[in-house]
Structure formats: C-alpha cells, structure tokens
Design a protein around this ligand. Structure first.
Ligand code: E4P
Length: 219
C-alpha cells in the first residue's frame, strides 16, 4: 500500500520524506488555507515546492466547479510538474472533466467520494485515483471502511485500474484496516503515520537491551 501524506505543510512533507516511506502527497483547499497559501502565483509555487520534496504524485485540487473552468484550471495545474495529479470533486461536471483529462493522459484524483456508486462513476470516467473519505463517514456514525471494502469488490469485479486512495484517514487503525482490505493508497496526517511506530513492548524491550549492554560495558 502506498503512503501519501495529507497536508500542505512543507515541514511535515519533508519529515515524512526523510523517514523514507512517503509515496506522495494530497492537498485540498482547506489544507492550503491552513498554511496561509493564497493567490494563484503562491499556490502554483507551493505545489512546485512540494513536488521538489517528494518523488511521487502530488494532488492539487481545482477550485472551479464548472466544466470549462475545471479544464482550464486543471491544465494549468498539470503544467506545474509531471507529478501533479489534478484533484476534481465528485460532481457531474467533475466526472466530465475527469473523462477529458484521462483521454489526454493527465492524472486525476476524484475527491469527496462517499458512496460506491460515486466510486463506480469515477472509475468509468477513467480517474487515476478515487478518494473515499473514511474519517468523515465515521464522523457521522457510518462505517468508512465498509465503503473501502465495497469499492475494492466493485473494482476487482470489473478490473478497473482506478486506484483506491483511502482519504480522511485519521489514526493508525484506519491505516491497518485499509491495508487489510487492500486499498491501493492511504492518505493521512503525519501523526497517523508516526503512530504506526509505537508499541510499549518495543520501548521496554529496547530499554532492557540497552541497560544490559551498559551493565557489562561500564568502565
Ligand atoms: C483527501 O484527499 C482530503 O484531503 C482529506 O483526506 C480530508 O481529510 P479530513 O476529513 O481529515 O479533512
């Protein structure tokens, strides 16, 4: 399973990249706003800076919701770097735009997906990635992981190549569950990735190893 980090923070992206397990980045307008990135030139520069840190795909979301505007905006985003994936919302004009980009070899990420039917449409339009939001479904007492399972089943039934990018991942168990189901990618915050490191038996075991070593190596 590929690991993407869901942030626009260059510091966090660099930290994840330095660990050596990062496969890509997803951003959204809220995450860009959180970093105070405003104005077209700054936004473009920021995406370029992200592409210079990571080797993999970087999702950059369009703000437009009308077909022609999404095409123009997406084409500009795609020109920033070959790593850019144009992130497009799951709306009718968005599906049309995904079809347009897929026919031209421009990678897309269909975002804000909350149902198997939406995921099926994204795959039929040729999306490179589909982003089901597991955490936001959990937030409304609906099992987000069931959606990942349903999409996996549907895509496998028909051999769709669209990659399931489990999004709105909030904690390490989301990551484990995504891996068990067979999501192609998960995107989450740095905190969820780092939390995978933790186990109290690792900490106590390491402390004992180091203490035993120190006992016989004291001057
Ligand atoms: C998807 O790509 C989104 O950026 C993201 O995963 C949303 O996560 P949130 O529900 O934690 O905001």
């Amino acid at each position: 399973m590929k690991f993407f980090i869901d942030t626009a923070s260059l510091k966090e992206i660099q930290e994840a990249q330095d660990i050596g397990v990062l496969d890509g980045v997803t951003t959204n307008p809220s995450l860009m706003a959180k970093e105070g990135i405003a104005g077209k030139d700054n936004v473009m520069r920021h995406y370029k800076a992200i592409c210079e840190i990571v080797d993999g795909d970087v999702s950059a979301e369009v703000i437009s919701t009308k077909y022609e505007e999404m095409i123009n905006e997406g084409e500009e985003l795609a020109e920033i770097d070959e790593q850019i994936v144009v992130k497009i919302p799951m709306i009718k004009d968005g599906i049309k735009a995904i079809k347009y980009f897929s026919e031209r070899g421009i990678k897309t990420n269909c975002t804000l997906v909350f149902s198997p039917g939406q995921a099926l449409l994204a795959a039929k339009a040729g999306a490179t990635y589909v982003s089901p939001f597991v955490g936001r479904l959990d937030d409304i007492s609906t099992d987000g992981m069931t959606l990942i399972e349903d999409i996996r089943l549907i895509y496998d039934n028909y051999g769709y190549e669209t990659q399931i990018l489990a999004a709105s991942v909030r904690h390490p168990m989301h990551i484990i569950q995504c891996a068990k189901i067979g999501a192609d990618v998960m995107t989450g915050p740095l905190s969820a990735i780092l939390a995978l490191l933790n186990h109290p038996l690792t900490d106590s075991g390491l402390a004992k190893f180091l203490a035993d070593h120190a006992k016989v190596n004291q001057k």
